[in-house]
Ligand binder design. Structure first.
Ligand code: FPP
Length: 279
């Protein structure tokens, strides 16, 4: 991504004289959130408002995904994590689940060249072993093809649950220790986090939720301990880079104290901006 001390080159990406340009002008590109996580919500309502089947809302949501991935990459974010399918979403009608999986495969197939062109590394977090093998294969292909890219890390949370992730981390720790006849090491937060799906990735600085709901919905429960939360009433299919810019601008106005008084004491442990990307 082209960038400099004065920020990324936004020509061709942000129209001259547009509202996006005005919002971007208020952003300090040296202090971007390193990791933005998004709960994409409102696809069903978007479709229902138009008297369309819910699955049309999911299809429309793909345009928002494309726009936000490109924007995140161009702005110079390190990590973007999108919540695409929770473990609880398996309870939805089969037709809806099948459509979501088909859309995911289609997205990965169609977008792979763009991900490569923009140096984006694609990863999936969640219990993906529960997916049908054609879906798994398509995802694995994209993960492998983009594995050496050095720009934005784009995570899709799929078959994901925050509690399940914590349970999986404990299970793996036990398998690798007790299961091998070795003692369990003394745990601290850093060691525990190294067993999560997000090991080596800085925690989200900014959590966005669309459609106005004020819930976390079992998303990245451990990792969002100090995230700033930004909620918009916009339904996910209508979300575009303008709102991502607004969220970043508002995030930069927040005072992050990490439980201290002025944000300085012992920040090393809790401040995600001090964590380095090694995944
Ligand atoms: C929430 O809307 C959205 C989802 C459960 C799925 C999001 C998936 C996509 C946008 C498509 C595939 C994603 C990628 C990353 C390629 P909802 O159905 O819960 O809406 P509602 O609350 O209005 O019913």
């Amino acid at each position: 991504m082209p960038g400099s001390e004065s920020g990324p080159d936004l020509n061709e990406f942000i129209e001259k004289g547009s509202e996006e340009e005005r919002i971007a002008a208020a952003i300090d590109f040296r202090k971007l959130p390193r990791h933005v996580a998004i709960i994409m919500d409102g696809n069903g309502r978007w479709a229902t408002l138009r008297n369309l089947p819910r699955v049309i809302g999911h299809r429309a949501g793909i345009d928002a995904v494309r726009d936000v991935v490109e924007a995140s990459s161009r702005l110079g974010l390190q990590v973007l994590t999108l919540y695409a399918f929770s473990l609880e979403n398996w309870k939805r009608p089969k037709n809806e689940v099948d459509t979501l999986m088909a859309l995911l495969m289609e997205y990965v197939q169609l977008e792979l060249p763009t991900l490569m062109k923009n140096d984006i590394r694609f990863r999936v977090i969640g219990r993906t072993e529960g997916l049908d093998s054609p879906v798994q294969q398509e995802l694995d292909k994209a993960v492998a093809a983009t594995g050496k890219n050095g720009g934005l890390l784009f995570n899709i949370a799929l078959c994901y649950g925050g509690r399940a992730e914590i349970v999986d981390a404990c299970q793996r720790l036990l398998d690798e220790t007790v299961g091998e006849g070795r003692p369990v090491p003394r745990l601290d937060e850093e060691l525990f986090a190294s067993y999560l799906y997000t090991a080596g990735i800085p925690d989200p600085d900014l959590l966005i939720r669309t459609s106005g709901e004020l819930r976390i919905s079992n998303f990245l429960l451990w990792q969002i301990a100090y995230a700033e939360i930004w909620v918009t009433k916009t339904l996910w299919p209508d979300f575009r880079k303008k709102e991502l810019l607004l969220a970043i601008r508002d995030y930069q106005k927040r005072e992050r104290r990490y439980g201290g008084v002025d944000g300085t004491p012992d920040r090393k442990k809790t401040d995600p901006s001090r964590q380095t990307l090694s995944a």
